[in-house]
Ligand binder design. Structure first.
Ligand code: SF4
Ligand code: SF4
Length: 315
């Protein structure tokens, strides 16, 4: 049995490393005024596009204690999906995170294993809950509080040695777990590659994004048909967009490789727009089941494919 908060943190870190997490940290659920201010500004300035779900659960965002009775610690964990992928001249492109098993299931399964280990380590009953994009939490804010990474000008969290190709998940527990936190440097410095190279100008200024202009939002989150302007904006991206990560020097230096659960589905690289447009429902299921792409459904994938096909024709 671990008897002190820091000893417990050390043992949890060890178990997390064994399970393949790239980083893990612990934070106290205090209010996050900076994250709250950024978030509300995004909504007030209508930079969240049509993601109306973002306007909900503001109370829980301000007070994560509402998410778990007796909450004392938010455990933030990051897992890498940083694998090499080369599209060559093959278009359209699919974001790296979508060429692999859906991270919601993988990360949750890993966090369940970690929680089982924590339950053995602590004394007495433990009240806990796992979240992977399933609770209104400022997950990047908590990850920063826990000292596992720093948010860059592209608005993405960068984890030392792992870069920004990471998935985040959290375990909320009613137990105090603390660990020394080393301050992380501002990684960006004078670099502004992401701001300069974003194809649509969605990065308005360092750390400020207009989601309604972002290709990831347009191809993944937007439910309706595109306007002609939106269709042109997605360029050659069939699903998601990695440009602001591809041009980030910290991802070129990242040394932690993708977790073994994230084997690339090679048959999705270079899938043609024509093939997508001819897919039946069962063909769509066969190709994409278990990937994040399956979540948007065939209708929206075909919408994206039609736009990309037109863009490639006129390029
Ligand atoms: S994902 Fe693409 S479109 Fe969105 S901010 Fe990054 S580079 Fe710009
Ligand atoms: S590309 Fe440069 S400015 Fe953008 S997040 Fe990476 S280091 Fe920061």
């Amino acid at each position: 049995m671990a008897d002190t908060s820091t000893n417990l943190a050390r043992l949890i870190r060890k178990e997390a490393a064994r399970l393949g997490f790239a980083a893990i940290g612990f934070s106290s659920p205090l209010p996050q005024p900076v994250s709250m201010q950024r978030y509300t500004a995004m909504i007030q300035e209508l930079r969240h596009g049509e993601m109306s779900y973002m306007e909900k659960h503001m109370e829980e965002r301000a007070n994560p204690g509402l998410l778990l009775p007796g909450l004392q610690t938010i455990i933030s964990a990051a897992i890498s999906y940083h694998y090499p992928v080369s599209y060559g001249d093959v278009l359209p492109k699919i974001s790296k995170y979508a060429l692999i098993n859906d991270y919601h299931r993988v990360v949750r399964a890993k966090l369940e294993e970690l929680l089982a280990a924590i339950t053995v380590l602590v004394e007495g009953p433990l009240n806990a809950s796992i979240t992977v994009d399933s609770s209104p939490l400022f997950e990047k804010g908590w990850a920063e509080e826990a000292g596992i990474g720093k948010t860059g000008k592209n608005t993405l969290l960068k984890v030392p040695s792992a870069g920004s190709y990471v998935f985040l998940g959290e375990i909320l527990v009613d137990r105090e777990i603390r660990s020394a936190i080393l301050p992380l440097p501002n990684y960006c410095g004078s670099c502004s590659n992401c701001l300069e190279r974003c194809p649509t100008g969605a990065l308005l200024e360092p750390g400020k994004i207009d989601a309604s202009k972002c290709i990831s939002y347009l191809t993944v989150e937007l439910k309706r048909d595109f306007t002609s302007e939106e269709a042109a904006m997605i360029g050659d991206w069939l699903f998601g967009c990695d440009v602001c990560q591809e041009v980030c020097p910290h991802n070129l230096q990242a040394s932690i490789a993708a977790h073994e659960s994230f084997a690339v589905r090679q048959n999705l690289i270079g899938i043609t727009t024509e093939r997508v447009l001819n897919l039946t429902k069962s063909g769509f299921r066969e190709l994409f089941y278990g990937t994040p792409i399956f979540r948007i459904g065939l209708r929206r994938l075909k919408r994206n494919a039609r736009a990309v096909a037109e863009n490639l024709k006129t390029a």
